[in-house]
Design a protein around this ligand. Structure first.
Ligand code: GLC
Length: 412
């Protein structure tokens, strides 16, 4: 009697211990380490609480878009079943879909999102990923210093040069450590946008209807502009070694007057470790001469791995993370730009990030980098050329000619 009691109790304990493990689905999501994995974690905790039996583990890696791409390319080429949901830079869904690395979301309606993201995630009529957050490039400036010299935020790159010189002269020796402009000159993904900003400003496209429409003169002018900042001492001599987060750190340390950077920088500038909190303005990036003020569209998306063994659960998670509730939470708590236009007016969002109201028109008019399955090659050609022109290894003319030749071999 006593024995059977014990056996029953032991069996009961075994069943209790085994039940959750049996019922549990574990999902693994790859989140860019630069984009608030700890804040996404909070939303995953909420998801787990609402979806008993589902556990979500975050994997992060590489703090740049290229480092992540390199890692994910290896994982996906090996048909690894380990990752279920992948946070992808907006330039990648086309490549992933063409490689068959992500699954589709049949019948998914993307019309509620900002149009640029509905477009970036629809390849050949199929929805291949869902928007995570929006992004664009902005001009950050030292509001205190511009105010001190009565200078309005520059609307052209020429005005920016003049402003940088005026502040530098006015500050005298105090400006010895102050760079006029910081931007991305290292051969990283951001340098693709570096090249495209003044190129687009001249009304030129790189690709139209899938065909290369390279304008060599516009390319020379773009490369010459960036090189002129170095030659005139507005940017530092070794700008060819500067990556996105270097620009962010130098501006945050009070060593830069103007900085070209993505939206993530804002939160850092206002943070406790910042030397410039409360002194920062954000504006549209300047135009080249009488051209348009153009920005580069950024942003990240959720794809579901074609090798995930939990397709339905993974899609359900991606849909949740891409929904308006999470977008609002990430805007308020992670300062990530929403992918829904209406959220830019949401009282809680506006309260925590007042500048988002001005960010919406920038995101809405930002231009997309070429959408092509061969984007990796396109990117490599552009960024290495920008880098070698800035390093003085090639002239802008040589750089543009080489870029054209190489791009023609990839995009006809
Ligand atoms: C930002 C953008 C992304 C871009 C990357 C380059 O994360 O959102 O689209 O490619 O920066 O570093």
């Amino acid at each position: 009697m006593r024995m059977s009691h014990l056996i029953r109790a032991a069996l009961g304990a075994c069943i209790l211990a085994a039940t959750p493990a049996l019922a549990e689905t574990q999902l693994k999501i790859f989140v860019s380490s630069q984009h608030q994995p700890d804040v996404w974690r909070k939303m995953l905790d909420a998801y787990e609480a609402e979806n008993q039996g589902v556990k979500v583990v975050i994997e992060t890696g590489g703090n740049t878009s290229e480092a992540q791409a390199q890692y994910l390319n290896t994982v996906m080429s090996a048909k690894d079943t380990n990752l279920d949901v992948l946070m992808l830079d907006v330039i990648r869904p086309a490549q992933y879909a063409a490689a068959g690395w992500t699954t589709h979301f049949p019948g998914k309606d993307l019309s509620g999102y900002l149009p640029a993201y509905a477009e970036a995630n629809t390849i050949d009529g199929e929805v291949v990923a869902l928007p995570a957050f929006a992004d664009a490039m902005f001009l950050y400036y030292r509001k205190d210093l511009l105010d001190k010299y009565g200078i309005a935020p520059p609307k052209t790159w020429e005005e920016l040069t003049a402003a940088a010189k005026k502040v530098s002269e006015g500050e005298g020796t105090a400006a010895a450590d102050l760079q006029g402009l910081s931007f991305q000159g290292k051969a990283i993904e951001g340098a693709v946008c570096t090249f495209l900003l003044p190129y687009w400003s001249q009304g030129k496209q790189l690709v139209s209807n899938g065909k290369l429409t390279f304008d060599k003169d516009a390319a020379v002018r773009s490369l010459s502009l960036w090189k002129s900042f170095v030659d005139e001492g507005v940017a530092k001599k070794n700008i060819s070694e500067v990556a996105t987060d270097d620009t962010r750190k130098e501006f945050q340390a009070g060593k830069v007057l103007f900085a070209v950077n993505w939206s993530y920088a804002w939160k850092h500038f206002q943070g406790p470790e910042s030397a410039v909190a409360g002194k920062v303005g954000v504006a549209r990036l300047p135009a080249l001469g009488s051209g348009e003020q153009s920005s580069c569209l950024g942003g990240w998306e959720f794809g579901v791995s074609a090798y995930s063994q939990h397709q339905d659960e993974a899609k359900k998670l991606a849909e949740y993370l891409s929904g308006p509730k999470v977008s609002q939470y990430m805007a308020v708590n992670g300062a990530l730009l929403p992918t829904y236009a209406g959220l830019y007016q949401d009282p809680e969002v506006v309260k925590s990030a007042p500048w988002f109201t001005e960010a919406l028109p920038v995101v809405e008019t930002a231009r997309a980098r070429p959408v092509t399955p061969r984007y990796n090659e396109v990117s490599e050609i552009i960024r290495t050329t920008v880098n070698s022109v800035l390093a003085g290894v090639k002239t802008p003319e040589e750089g543009a000619a080489e870029m054209e030749g190489r791009l023609r071999r990839v995009l006809r």
